[in-house]
Design a protein around this ligand. Sequence first.
Ligand code: FPP
Length: 262
Amino acid sequence: MDNLVDNLDTLLARIDPTRIPEHVAIIMDGNGRWAAGRGKPRSDGHAEGVSSVHEAVEFSSDLGIKYLTLYAFSNENWRRPRQEVDTLMYLIGWAIERELPDLIRNNVRIRLVGDIERIPADARRRLRDAERDTAGCTGLTLLMCLSYSARWELTEAARSLARRAAAGELDPADISEEMMADRLDTAGVPDPDLLIRTGGEHRISNFLLWQIAYSELYFTPVLWPEFGKEAYARAIIDFQSRERRFGMTSAQVSGLTSDSEK
Ligand code: FPP
């Protein structure tokens, strides 16, 4: 049982630095409820959520995580009230521009994932600028999923393969899992080791459906604006307690571990 009075140093001491996940993906949920609980408009929850994004990026970078994927706006989120969508788009563009010098200083590379052409022009320009200006960064890669849904991504991949088959460039019998993965927005990025969802819901909400086939899932009731480094550290500690078998038996997995340690 986690001790609620654990401070960050105590938690950090429990993290095994040799078993840090390479890729963490996060469904950032609970901004609206955080705001409602304080009698504030939902937009205040999103604004507060930007601070948690900053902390998550910093903590991931400090731990040596190579990829952090954040679900910032789904395809389904376009259905929210116009005013909330406008505020979110403004916040995302403003936050990325404000954070850019810090991201570059910390060697963080931004990669945009999703149907970015749907993002309003001003926010899109700031996002593309950040992607371009961090292209040479070699530390943490921050994948920002915006106007993203996994079914959209998979449908696009299927279309792309179908076009090649229709043009006679590809035999459908030769289509492989690798060819599919290469056509996803996350091409070249290893699958997430750990998927975290904040805000207490236990669902995936159309996020990275292909990529999370063998990810460890971690659900926390903590609302996103309150998800700081302590809560993130608890997720990593929990992840390190899991045995990842990838369809094999426990004995096989421990055999693999001891073989690789020889
Ligand atoms: C879900 O909470 C959160 C979102 C739809 C938006 C998340 C976006 C941010 C935190 C800002 C991102 C900024 C950058 C720079 C990436 P919700 O509104 O669904 O909360 P609820 O479930 O309590 O209603």
